[in-house]
Design a protein around this ligand. Structure first.
Ligand SMILES: [Zn+2]
Length: 428
């Protein structure tokens, strides 16, 4: 028995408020969160729970506890190319990204970037993420070793790209063998998970896309992680290469890559047929607002994806994304909604960045809601992190404070990050 308890204001949105209404929001102004062996034992009103846990040591925390953030699309090898000037997707990949990823042939480099990357996630309150590595198997080993040391819930996989540039491609056979070896090496270790990861349709041959479909079918515990319909020039190139496909999604569908374990980043320019197919298949979208604005890719249509019942998570997509902060990313999601005539509700935004993201990764039973039995990953938010935030949130209602955090907040508003009940980051 190693029970510990945290007394603070608590907020969790385990169900989507756009479907579940007000009941989806769990808020306790004076709450108690009880943790044992990394798992949540109780989450509720302090006055109700205190008698039951009278013997348990209580730490009182100043701030608002929410579940740890779940980033559903981010590239760790692009950490050092964030804020790279001047191109849209395809040229940006050629000029800035492929040379940076080639450096991950060096395991020492991969180890150093992986350590910085995971610490940066923790500094920003992100405790779980679906992460692109590079084509090199050792880039995944580096990330998984570093994540294991931090006990973080990280899902990743070796990138499949047999049509990639000279310095950065595999083959159908080496891609398959590398994936199989990584799954065998890492399955069941710590809180890690594997994602079969074809980069996108243009960087894999038909044979490799088919092989990715075989890998996904052969490993029912693996996810599938790729990009879909991000940029107009990319979409035109896909249409030119696959003239008989109904649309971009159909290319993946033909190779067995569209199903409930599939997470597609971006999905900006999809029509109703593709979104309906995603909804029926149970596939997920990682909405990456800062990246979509930074690369000029377009404005994601959340309302249309909702109309087709597609599962949605939020991705920072660093390095095309411009921040590791899920708070800052939610602020940009709000602005994209405004451009589409929809104002993203702050509670729903928090849901998408936590339990909604967990659902896209097939982890809703384990993380994202701080429900009893779930893993105790949580963040202590500071509504007064800056003079402006303090002024704006003084005496404000919960929804007002939450929205201000999403519009004005970033890493500065994260006072502590807890992983499995243990403090993994504390703001100096
Ligand atoms: Zn991406």
């Amino acid at each position: 028995m190693s029970l510990t308890a945290f007394r603070a204001e608590l907020l969790s949105v385990p169900e989507d408020p756009s479907r579940g209404g007000e009941a989806a929001i769990r808020h306790h102004a004076d709450g108690l969160l009880v943790v044992e062996n990394g798992l949540v034992v109780a989450f509720g009103e302090h006055a109700d729970l205190a008698p039951r846990f009278a013997e348990v040591p209580v730490e009182t925390l100043p701030g608002l506890i929410v579940p740890g953030f779940v980033d559903t699309h981010i590239h760790y090898p692009q950490t050092d190319r964030i804020a790279a000037y001047g191109n849209q997707l395809l040229e940006w990949l050629e000029h800035h990204i492929f040379p940076a990823e080639a450096a991950f042939a060096d395991r020492g480099h991969a180890d150093r970037v992986a350590a910085f990357f995971l610490d940066e996630l923790l500094r920003n309150g992100t405790t779980s993420a679906l992460v692109f590595a590079t084509v090199h198997a050792q880039s995944v080993d580096a990330l998984f070793e570093a994540a294991l040391a931090r006990d973080m819930r990280i899902v990743s996989g070796k990138v499949l790209m047999d049509l990639g540039p000279e310095s950065l491609h595999d083959s159908v056979e080496s891609g398959r063998a590398g994936t199989e070896a990584l799954i065998a090496r890492w399955r069941g270790r710590g809180r890690l998970g594997y994602a079969v990861t074809p980069r996108f349709a243009l960087t894999s041959s038909d044979a490799q896309l088919a092989s990715a479909g075989d890998l996904l079918a052969a490993h029912p515990d693996a996810l599938m992680h790729t990009h879909l319909s991000e940029n107009r020039a990319e979409i035109a190139a896909v249409a030119a290469r696959f003239p008989s496909a109904r649309d971009y999604l159909d290319v993946y569908d033909r190779f067995g890559l569209v199903g409930p374990r599939s997470v597609f980043a971006h999905c900006i320019h999809l029509d109703d047929r593709a979104l309906a197919r995603m909804g029926t298949a149970g596939a997920s979208i990682a909405f990456c607002p800062t990246s979509n604005l930074f690369l000029g890719s377009g404005l994601f249509d959340l309302a249309r994806a909702d109309a087709h019942g597609v599962k949605i998570g939020i991705g920072t997509d660093v390095g095309a994304g411009t921040s590791f902060s899920m708070l800052a990313t939610l602020g940009e999601a709000y602005k994209i909604g405004q451009m589409r005539g929809v104002s993203l509700d702050p509670f729903r935004a928090l849901h998408l960045a936590t339990a909604g993201g967990a659902r896209t990764l097939g982890l809703a039973d384990r993380i994202g809601g701080l429900q009893p039995g779930q893993e105790a990953d949580f963040v202590l938010l500071d509504c007064a992190a800056t003079p402006l935030l303090a002024r704006r949130t003084a005496g404000a209602t919960l929804v007002d404070r939450l929205f201000a955090l999403q519009i004005l907040g970033d890493d500065r508003a994260i006072s502590r990050t807890y992983v499995a009940g243990r403090c993994a980051w504390s703001r100096p």
